[in-house]
Structures are given as C-alpha cells and as structure tokens.
Design a protein. Structure first.
Length: 195
C-alpha cells in the first residue's frame, strides 16, 4: 500500500510538470496554512464542473493509497465522501462534502494525505467561475485549501509540498477538460522545413 497520498516526496516533486495554473501559498505558519490555485479554462463552467466530479479520471494515481486513481470517488452531496477503495474491503475517507452548489462551488472538510495522521483539519473549496472571452465560453476553477491545527515542525514546513501537489492536480483537471487526457501533453516538435 502506498503512503504518499496527495503529498509529494522530493523525488516526486522533480517529476511534476510545469503548469499554466497560478498557485501560491497565501499563508503559512506553525498552526495555519492557506493554499490557492487558479486555472483558466477554454471551456464552460458546466463542462468544468462535470469533469471535476469524475475525480478518479484526473487525480494523479501517485497521490493515492491504492496506486490507482480509478479507486477514487466523489459523492457530490452534503455528507458525501471523497473516498478511495482499498483491497480486501478497505478504504479511505479523504474528505467529506459540506457544501455543494452545482456549477458554482464544492467545499470539502478534512485533512489530505499525511495530514490525516496529525492534529489538523481543513476546508478545501473549488469555485467554478464563468469567464467567457470573445466568441468562446471560458471559465476559471479556483481552489482554496485552508488548514489549521498541530503539525510536527509546523504547517509552514509542509505548505510548499501541499501547494505543489494541489497545483499538479489542478493542471491535470485542466488537461482533462481541454484535451481529454489528464496527462501533460507536450507539444509535438515542429516539422523540419526544406529551404
């Protein structure tokens, strides 16, 4: 069983691809951490929201206990579970849905990954904002993860890693919505020209 759920090791951090999302640690201290991620999409809000709900299709398998993102699910209702199935009838409750306004906002409560084994809790909100441009529908997804409580060496010690992992997940969501695949799709090399 993997124990690197949702948060990166230094080796995993080196493999994270560059992102077009804006990401920042808004606040961090011994007992607090606030992360904000924003992705701009060339897609309408309803498409972004529908893709978001299929969390197992875009969350990176490297940040699961089971090693398979297909084991992830999100029950989109108050009290619903962002859960993961494990072998032999096991499972993980990653977060609980506490607020849902379809095509507008989803807020989940709890602690992700290694934070689960410490004295912290948090609120993870995803807001879906229409941002049409010219002739194209567009949208923005804004993630805010606010965490408070006890973490060995203080939450400021893990905030950069949490930021990196959440940024990676948001980029994967953007890729899925815009290309149909969560993987980082590198541009094909230009064809040589004959002069």
């Amino acid at each position: 069983m993997r124990l690197t759920l949702l948060l990166c090791t230094p080796i995993a951090l080196s493999s994270i691809f560059s992102t077009t999302a804006t990401a920042e640690v808004v606040e961090s201290g011994a007992m607090t951490m606030k992360i904000k991620e924003v992705i701009e999409l060339a897609a309408p809000v309803d498409r972004a929201y529908a893709s978001f709900l299929k969390i197992g299709s875009w969350w990176d398998k490297e940040h699961t206990f089971s090693g398979d993102a297909a084991n992830l699910s999100l029950d989109a209702r108050p009290g619903g579970c962002f859960c993961e199935k494990l072998p032999n009838g096991g499972g993980v409750l990653h977060l609980t849905v506490v607020f849902i306004a379809p095509n507008q906002r989803v807020t989940l409560s709890g602690a992700l990954g290694p934070l689960q084994t410490t004295g912290v809790t948090g609120a993870l909100s995803f807001s879906f904002v229409p941002k049409p441009s010219q002739d194209q529908p567009g949208s923005q997804v804004v993630l805010v993860y606010s965490v408070g409580g006890y973490y060995p060496n203080g939450l400021q010690s893990i905030a950069p890693n949490v930021d990196e992992v959440l940024s990676q997940q948001m980029q994967r969501l953007k890729n899925l919505i815009e290309t149909g695949s969560p993987a980082n799709v590198a541009a094909a090399p230009a064809a040589p020209t004959n002069k």
